[in-house]
Design a protein around this ligand. Structure first.
Ligand code: IMP
Ligand code: MG
Length: 178
């Protein structure tokens, strides 16, 4: 058991489980991207995806580019679809094959707001790779192409994921204790 802020968490996914999930995504990506003429560009979403992105990149043995973006967690009441790029898509993405790297997809709202920004840059293709997906919560129309592990609708921390900014440094994943 660990305590972060006011809540306790119990072990859920071990480093071995996480490594299996990383290798699964890596082998699927290798099958799809290793023989492309133009290297794909992986774009990991900060802060949460940093640890997954780091472990995933070490398993991809073909030419690729890696970049990071960071968005403000916009939770305004007006659903204008506007999000602030704190660290934006600053390279020329025209004609590129982009793979978004996420730590976890829950409702899918974050990516729903990011995808139009990418499409507006004239990319050739966009696919999504996530370590974790909560399939019972995800209700958007776009496809999640690469999934390390599906989990139920529970709150998890560790391996990049936070509870109010704590827990990102933990090397396994814990779930909230009931
Ligand atoms: P979505 O927009 O609902 O898909 O949520 C995505 C973002 O919410 C993730 O990138 C995380 O930052 C955060 N999030 C969703 N579920 C969890 C969780 O179980 N633990 C920690 N953060 C989460
Ligand atoms: Mg996140």
């Amino acid at each position: 058991m660990i305590k972060l802020h006011d809540k306790t968490f119990e072990p859920y996914l071990s480093p071995v489980d996480l490594n299996k999930a990383v290798l699964k995504v890596a082998s699927e990506l290798t099958a799809d991207y290793s023989k492309r003429e133009k290297p794909p560009i992986f774009i990991a979403i900060l802060n949460g995806a940093f640890m997954f992105a780091s472990d995933l990149m070490k398993e991809l043995n073909f030419d690729l580019e890696l970049s990071f973006v960071k968005f403000s967690s916009y939770e305004g009441t007006e659903s204008t679809g506007v999000i602030n790029e704190l660290i934006g898509f600053n390279q020329d993405l025209k004609g590129r094959d982009v793979v978004i790297v996420e730590d976890i997809i829950d409702t899918g709202s974050t990516l729903e707001r990011v995808l139009p920004l990418l499409n507006a840059k004239g990319v050739n293709s966009v696919r999504i790779a996530t370590l974790l997906l909560k399939p019972t919560v995800f209700d958007k129309k776009y496809q999640i192409n690469y999934v390390g592990l599906e989990i139920p609708n529970i709150f998890v921390v560790g391996y990049g994921l936070d509870y109010d900014e704590l827990g990102r440094n933990i090397k396994e994943i814990y779930k909230l204790s009931q």
